[in-house]
Design a protein around this ligand. Structure first.
Ligand SMILES: [Zn+2]
Length: 335
């Protein structure tokens, strides 16, 4: 049957339940195929409820590996309240090592509020926004730069029109202990998980934990600390589960609000950077050189930052096409 998304979960059951969300999707090799999205419910009585998700984009591994480990390590007897874990939310994208689902091209983080009669990605988005997110006080969605990008470790919230809930979100973001944090203004109809969490009545927090389609010692340590800090801060756990230390860095707030803070290509070329991730740069400073390997007589083009700030992301694939974002610079702002 082609209908929405099905499951047999009992959200009020204590203990640890590992199950699947199933999305019927008929394909050539399997007419009655279900897209299977793993989900873990861990509950111990009344208390705060936190949803942790990763694999919203398939090739962002810090969150996926950390939440897979958390499923194994989190003892229901040692928590208070409820932790729901979606370690690979867009499972087909995770299995294909891609940002978007190969089944329907769906980018889950642009698919909210979704459609119960739509593609698998759209049906998943609809279930998350209209059902699962609304069951939780907090939704924490872990991202990174993915295969094509490296990203400075940065926490993120979207602005909430309700000032009190907005302050709660910013406070939770700072509690992660990340070196940098953003407040994004994506509007009431934002197609992201953060927009969905807000519309569902939950506090959404997110972050970029690394990138490059890999996981490093440092990016995994920051991710483990952020997850533990969140669960400790809201009183779900009393001892860290993933991290060897839970020291909290002061979160420096950044602003990324104008397309002029990024450098975009307008033609095919090959980019050589002249600035590093995390570097403070001035307006007009050299960002790198754009080579044209098809026109070897032409000198490489010097590209410059239009705005001052801290380099927060860089495209990792050297070959580019028109429209690719090479680097982004964020502006430090006061709290
Ligand atoms: Zn992502």
């Amino acid at each position: 049957m082609h209908s929405g998304l099905v499951h047999s979960l009992d959200f009020d059951r204590d203990g640890k339940t590992l199950a699947h969300l199933s999305i019927p999707f008929s394909i050539d090799r399997s007419p009655y195929f279900h897209v299977k999205v793993p989900i873990c419910l861990i509950r111990n009585g009344e208390g705060p409820s936190v949803l942790l998700m990763a694999g919203n984009h398939g090739d962002e591994y810090e969150g996926e590996l950390s939440l897979a480990r958390l499923i194994r390590k989190l003892d229901p007897a040692l928590i208070k309240g409820r932790v729901t874990i979606l370690p690979m939310a867009n499972a087909p994208a995770v299995m294909a090592a891609k940002r978007c689902s190969p089944l329907d091209g769906g980018n889950l983080n642009r698919a909210f509020p979704g459609d119960p009669a739509g593609t698998p990605t759209s049906r998943l988005a609809h279930f998350l926004e209209s059902d699962l997110f609304a069951r939780h006080d907090i939704v924490f969605d872990l991202h990174s730069g993915g295969t094509s990008m490296e990203h400075l470790p940065t926490a993120l919230v979207e602005r909430n029109a309700d000032p009190e809930r907005h302050q709660r979100g910013v406070a939770l973001m700072k509690s992660l202990g990340m070196p940098y944090g953003f407040v994004a203004d994506n509007g009431a109809a934002s197609p992201t998980s953060m927009g969905a969490a807000r519309r569902a009545g939950a506090i959404g927090i997110s972050g970029e934990f690394g990138g490059g389609g890999t996981a490093t010692v440092d990016s995994m340590a920051i991710t483990a600390r952020a997850i533990d800090n969140l669960l400790l801060g809201v009183g779900v756990i009393e001892e860290p589960v993933l991290a060897s230390s839970t020291g909290v860095l002061e979160t420096r707030l950044l602003s990324l609000s104008r397309h002029s803070q990024g450098i975009y290509t307008t033609r095919r070329g090959w980019f050589e950077p002249a600035a590093r991730l995390g570097e403070h740069v001035a307006a007009g400073q050299l960002a790198g050189w754009y080579h044209d390997l098809e026109r070897l007589d032409d000198a490489e083009e010097a590209l410059h930052f239009a705005e001052a700030g801290i380099v927060i992301s860089r495209r990792l694939h050297t070959m580019c096409e028109a429209g690719d974002c090479l680097m982004q610079v964020a502006e430090p702002v006061s709290a």
